[in-house]
Design a protein around this ligand. Structure first.
Ligand SMILES: [Zn+2]
Ligand SMILES: [Zn+2]
Length: 361
């Protein structure tokens, strides 16, 4: 690398002062430092150029002076240096990659459940969910160090602000990424977060549950997952909707189904029944001769999703109950009823008898 290229890479004018060179180098080397760009080949390339540019400007004559005693051209030794530098770089990049790969696996998203009743699903509602989330530590503001603690020498670079790598005759100085090249350690480790910058906090979070939302649906609340104070980012809270079973109603799509038991005499004679709906009790007329399993539909009394489209119905399904534990008098009456019944009273039974006859012929 020649001096002109090196100046261009570091963004410097001709003949920079040592302090200009140092500060330009520090800023760029930290920006493209492999610790901060793990596994980024573009950043690795820039980083190498920056380090070599700095090396070239710091020691513009080094290759030449070392080459002269034996009267050789410097090109060969330059090549040797570059090989040694490559060894140093591969060591730095390998160190940067290994811890970062482990961190990446952990997701910041949190999961929770919210239980809703059928009544709550008739309208948009709000529910509280209790979650334990990792949030920025209040004691240290996420820095991981005690506020006001005395600054001490950075343990990674022993206060130098730079780390020196040596391989044979080659030596490279890289700004320390642990302390931003300052050489200072950011004080004592915060007791509340053990230096991690985040603490666990139980929080009640309000979740908006839309009307008629489906069982198992997921509601995502942006930014309410775990926080990563260092990276300044937060995951999402993902809330799964669980429907509480209702004592009498059953949900089918947006319809609400109710099984209504009626006595066989009510079904035969006709009956006016008071049935519950999601909006209060309502009377329905069960006409004389109603068969078991017949459904009565109350239009629009089901669930209504936002926008009012696809509103469901309430379906009342009649279940005719056969009487049990008959008293003597009841038995007499039913005996008599049976005697005076005609086939016309039971058209289904009659049709069945006819089929039987033809089968058994
Ligand atoms: Zn803390
Ligand atoms: Zn340091």
């Amino acid at each position: 690398m020649n001096v002109a290229d090196a100046l261009k890479i570091l963004g410097l004018d001709k003949n920079p002062s040592p302090s200009q060179l140092k500060s330009a180098y520090k800023k760029l080397a930290l920006e493209f430092h492999p610790d901060r760009n793990p596994g980024d080949p573009e950043a690795e390339k820039r980083f190498k150029e920056i380090v070599i540019a700095h090396e070239t400007l710091q020691n513009p004559k080094r290759s030449a002076t070392r080459a002269t005693p034996r009267g050789r051209k410097s090109a060969r030794q330059r090549g040797e240096y570059e090989e040694l530098w490559e060894d140093i770089f591969s060591h730095i990049f390998k160190n940067a990659r290994e811890p970062a790969d482990e961190d990446k696996v952990a997701s910041l998203d949190l999961h929770a459940q919210v239980e809703v009743t059928l009544e709550e699903l008739t309208r948009d509602s709000e529910k509280d969910v209790a979650v334990s989330r990792r949030v920025r530590c209040a004691s240290c503001g996420g820095r991981g160090s005690e506020a006001g603690a005395r600054r001490s020498a950075c343990p990674a670079c022993k206060g130098a602000g730079e780390v020196r790598y040596r391989q044979g005759l080659a030596e490279l100085w890289i700004p320390c990424s642990a302390c931003d090249g300052s050489g200072e350690h950011a004080g004592e480790t915060c007791r509340d977060c053990a230096g991690g910058g985040v603490t666990n906090r139980r929080e009640n979070l309000r979740v908006a549950v839309p009307a008629a939302i489906k069982e198992g649906a997921q509601i995502r609340i942006k930014g309410k997952g775990d926080e990563d104070a260092r990276a300044g980012e937060a995951g999402d809270l993902i809330v799964t909707v669980r429907a509480n079973p209702h004592p009498v109603f059953r949900r089918e799509g947006n319809d609400v189904v109710l099984d209504l038991p009626v006595s066989f005499s009510q079904a035969a004679l006709g009956h006016e029944a008071l049935v519950p709906t999601l909006k209060g009790a309502q009377k329905i007329k069960i006409p004389a001769g109603t068969q078991s399993g017949r459904e009565f539909r109350l239009k629009g009394e089901g669930l209504s999703p936002a926008g009012g489209r696809n509103t469901g119905d309430m379906r009342v399904r009649v279940i005719v109950e056969t009487p049990t534990k008959l008293g003597e008098r009841q038995r007499e009456i039913l005996d008599e009823f049976q005697r005076i019944s005609s086939p016309a009273n039971h058209p289904k039974a009659r049709a069945f008898q006819e089929k039987m006859k033809s089968l058994l012929k």
